[in-house]
Design a protein around this ligand. Structure first.
Ligand SMILES: *[C@@H]1O[C@H](CO)[C@@H](O)[C@H](O)[C@H]1NC(C)=O
Ligand SMILES: *[C@@H]1O[C@H](CO)[C@@H](O)[C@H](O)[C@H]1NC(C)=O
Ligand SMILES: *[C@@H]1O[C@H](CO)[C@@H](O)[C@H](O)[C@H]1NC(C)=O
Ligand SMILES: *[C@@H]1O[C@H](CO)[C@@H](O)[C@H](O)[C@H]1NC(C)=O
Ligand SMILES: *[C@@H]1O[C@H](CO)[C@@H](O)[C@H](O)[C@H]1NC(C)=O
Ligand SMILES: *[C@@H]1O[C@H](CO)[C@@H](O)[C@H](O)[C@H]1NC(C)=O
Ligand SMILES: *[C@@H]1O[C@H](CO)[C@@H](O)[C@H](O)[C@H]1NC(C)=O
Ligand SMILES: *[C@@H]1O[C@H](CO)[C@@H](O)[C@H](O)[C@H]1NC(C)=O
Ligand SMILES: *[C@@H]1O[C@H](CO)[C@@H](O)[C@H](O)[C@H]1NC(C)=O
Length: 731
């Protein structure tokens, strides 16, 4: 495994930075390795641990017990140990070992959002919503948050086998489990499931937090904060610490969450480039969860808008893009001449009037800086006496933090620097203007000897363009399997209000003193738990549905998105905008289980070793167990061709009736010119719930430089079961 995973939020710009562990290795250096041995072992748990210890003893002698960091034994078999390269190679040759790979770190990459999805607070609820357990693999939670109070909750459901295994942390009947994993403990890490960063508290409350009225970020986004399934239980698995989220800990959390009995796993963590399934701890963990009937909902990633930037892309998990809701945050600056400009920024501070200066005019010459640095408000580049208690114009997104440390009282960011389609928070009054408006501010500063301005508290206008997939949301196609459409769908991930940790501030930046119970942040990290909450909602009505069936229900009922406003079309939004209410009653589902995914992997050229890394069991490829990607029973259709031209392909699909026993569905296709789609048969009659019917889709495409987007809709007059069909070239 060669990735670095981070929580997928964009709290600060630098959060999306990628750190890789590609230092030259010393042969005697001890590194953390995952010794992976496949499926859950037979025999007692303690026998498994002693087997792991014995294996290590054979190679390490007395150092073995100290070297063993963790045994995986509840949902799969293996262990984590500190080894040299030579020891690693010896263990890799031992019986039962599937693979030994280094554990790398990945980084964690009101709420109006549910209403915007057409999912009001008073929707119909399943009587047994309180039996649903959502597993959150993240930075932990702030257990005292109002979103996790258990008033009115009975004891956890009988199936729950987890525990509250964390220092300085009290669980309750809402927050029923807490564990933490830290194989690479750093001295400064607080060894507890308590969230010190805010990210995990935010995602958990978005997926399954109670409804808490009258929440806001210091008055902004005022309303009722709630999760998708307010009566469901939350189990927390803290895998991310300030240094990142290691593969060893991600797999440990999957091992426990599956055995503990969670129903849905929500994972807003990712790396920065796509990995093949057998190299990706998240894909491997999600495969085991799928085998155990648990859907894993993943953030698609924050590496957009380039095509092919999606990272969490296994077909057995749900990949969620991030889009806007109909509320945006704008911050206005009123100049001394009463000219007003506004730009995207979240500003909780009240607008006092201050003198305003251009950073380029006030370099810290004493420390050798010139206007070449101070225009960008680089660190220490501003003259502290010249900016004290003034608003400073900076031409960089990092300007506000540096200006604050130099004594400024506000910042205007000037420039078309990207990130215009959502709003950041900064630790002091800040607005973010286009270059054109920024020039207006500079002209005003030039026009008077006493320029002044005030930056007002943000306003929250309606965003009529929503939903639009945000620029940072990772785009398809999947570079691992081109003909499998990813992302799967989109959900709100822009400027979302949800619960926050009291151990940090609004921005977490030096000099920020605002400790808040609810905060507004953006990321595919925020859209993922919306989808997890929606999946839990579907599961509460249909406890026996497979992960693929729940995923199909969410995808085939998603609302269409505009390909005019989203020029990357399906590569941005997949099947469309999630609609949890409709997903409860999809009519038909495209189901798939372990055997189908194994067959798919065989068709992808997996050999016995790589297959076993993913499945952990004795599954094998054979002529009969070897399907093309086009025959994986997926709820969407993708067809790539290396260069422009004509291409024809058939796709086999099977749908399962989950609507009325007696029903007849007719196929309709919508296609642009250049795309021809035939469905055979184009009518399906069902006589029972659970009955399956198969059909063949023949796609003929003449592909140029643009992707061709069409759709297939099966309709019985009550349900529309919609799948996107895309064809594109990779050149
Ligand atoms: C418990 O957590 C709180 C909040 O992070 C911290 O202030 C406190 O010191 C911790 N207590 C212990 C005993 O670790
Ligand atoms: C809502 O919260 C604000 C600020 O905390 C408080 O002043 C106000 O009284 C609260 N309103 C209601 C209806 O609870
Ligand atoms: C938030 O809205 C509620 C009613 O919707 C109102 O009572 C409350 O005062 C508002 N709070 C703030 C801080 O604006
Ligand atoms: C700006 O507007 C305020 C309030 O409307 C007014 O009192 C003031 O004279 C105006 N200043 C200028 C320079 O126009
Ligand atoms: C402001 O004045 C400076 C120096 O006189 C000049 O170089 C600059 O172009 C002016 N800026 C604007 C926006 O008018
Ligand atoms: C199996 O596939 C992997 C990845 O493609 C490759 O590195 C490995 O050598 C293959 N193993 C065998 C036994 O062919
Ligand atoms: C699976 O199918 C592919 C392509 O049709 C073929 O190259 C491969 O040998 C098959 N594998 C097995 C195990 O039959
Ligand atoms: C796909 O469907 C066609 C027509 O029913 C059938 O002949 C073919 O064997 C199927 N292929 C697979 C891989 O199931
Ligand atoms: C199904 O789609 C048709 C055509 O777009 C539309 O008229 C109809 O309202 C839809 N039905 C449902 C239940 O969404």
């Amino acid at each position: 495994m060669t990735s670095t995973l981070w929580p997928l939020l964009l709290l600060t710009i630098t959060y999306s930075l990628f750190f890789s562990n590609t230092l030259a290795t010393d042969a005697n250096e001890l590194k953390t390795y995952i010794v992976y041995m496949g499926d859950v072992p037979k025999g007692s748990l303690s026998a498994t641990t002693s087997r792991h210890t014995n294996m290590l003893q054979e190679v390490l002698g007395s150092r073995a017990s100290k070297s063993l960091l963790r045994s995986y034994k509840r949902s799969f078999n293996g262990f984590v140990a500190k080894l040299t390269e030579h020891e690693r190679n010896r263990i890799a040759g031992m019986e039962g070992v599937v693979s030994v790979f280094p554990s790398q770190t990945k980084q964690p990459l009101t709420t109006r959002s549910w209403d915007f999805m057409g999912f009001p607070q008073d929707v119909k609820r399943a009587p047994l919503e309180s039996d649903v357990i959502v597993g959150m693999l993240d930075t932990g939670v702030w257990p005292e948050s109002d979103s996790f109070k258990d008033d009115g909750f009975g004891p956890p459901p009988a199936k729950w086998k987890g525990s509250c295994d964390s220092k300085n942390f009290t669980c309750n009947n809402k927050l029923i489990g807490a564990k933490y994993y830290n194989s690479e403990a750093r001295a400064e890490d607080e060894l507890s499931a308590r969230d010190t960063e805010g990210h995990g508290t935010h995602t958990a409350s978005t997926a399954a937090g109670r409804a808490v009225p009258n929440t806001s970020l210091l008055g902004l986004a005022n309303g009722t904060a709630r999760g998708g399934v307010p009566s469901a239980r939350i189990a927390v698995y803290k895998i991310c610490f300030p240094g990142g989220c290691s593969d060893a800990d991600i797999l440990a959390a999957f091992d426990d969450a599956i055995a503990d009995g969670v129903d849905i796993i929500s994972l807003s963590v990712g790396g920065s480039f796509p990995l093949d399934y057998f190299e990706d701890s998240i894909a491997i963990g999600a495969f085991h969860s799928m085998k155990n009937g648990i859907l894993t909902s993943n953030a698609a990633g924050n590496s957009g808008p380039g095509l092919g930037s999606i990272t969490n892309l296994s077909p057995w998990s749900l990949s969620v893009a991030a889009s806007s809701i109909d509320r945006k945050f704008l911050t206005q600056i009123v100049l001394g001449n009463n000219m007003t400009y506004e730009g995207p920024a979240i500003n909780t501070f009240d607008g006092a009037v201050h003198p305003i200066v251009y950073g380029a005019s006030v370099p810290n010459t004493k420390q050798g800086f010139t206007s070449d640095e101070s225009r960008y408000c680089e660190q220490d580049s501003l003259d502290p006496t010249a900016v004290k208690n003034k608003i400073v114009v900076c031409e960089d997104l990092d300007g506000p933090q540096n200006a604050l440390l130099s004594g400024a009282s506000g910042v205007v960011i000037d420039g078309d620097l990207g990130y215009e389609d959502f709003a950041f928070s900064w630790p002091l009054p800040t607005t973010y203007l286009s270059s054109k408006d920024g020039k207006g501010v500079l002209a005003y500063i030039n026009s008077t000897t006493t320029p002044s301005a005030s930056i007002l508290k943000s306003i929250e206008p309606v965003d009529k363009t929503a939903p639009v997939v945000v620029s940072f949301s990772s785009r398809g196609p999947s570079l691992i399997t081109l003909d499998l459409l990813k992302p799967d769908l989109t959900a709100p991930g822009v400027d979302i209000l949800a619960a926050w940790s009291q151990d940090t501030t609004v921005t977490g930046d030096e000099g920020d003193t605002r400790v808040v119970p609810y905060n507004i942040i953006s990321g595919t990290s925020m859209s993922c738990p919306h989808a997890s909450g929606a999946a839990a909602y579907v599961k509460s009505f249909h406890p026996t549905w497979s992960p693929a069936a729940i995923k199909s229900a969410l995808m085939t009922t998603a609302a269409p998105m505009s390909s005019t406003k989203n020029t990357d079309a399906e590569f941005a939004y997949g099947s469309g905008h999630i609609d949890p209410l409709k997903a409860v009653d999809p009519g038909l589902v495209y189901d798939a289980g372990e055997a189908d995914f194994v067959s798919f992997l065989c068709g992808q050229g997996y050999n016995a070793t790589t297959l076993k890394i993913v499945t952990g069991d004795a599954s094998a490829c054979s002529a009969a167990n070897n399907a093309t990607v086009w025959d994986l029973n997926y709820p969407s259709f993708a067809l790539s061709t290396p260069k422009s031209g004509s291409i024809v392909r058939t796709f086999n699909r099977t749908v399962t009736n989950v609507g009325a026993a007696q029903s007849t569905y007719q196929a309709t296709v919508n296609t642009p010119s250049g795309l021809e789609v035939k469905i055979n048969p184009n009518s399906l009659a069902f006589n029972a719930v659970g009955e399956k019917q198969s059909f063949v889709v023949t796609v003929s495409a003449t592909v140029g430089s643009n992707m061709l987007s069409g759709s297939l809709v099966w309709s019985d007059g009550v349900h529309n079961v919609t799948s996107p069909i895309v064809a594109f070239t990779t050149s």
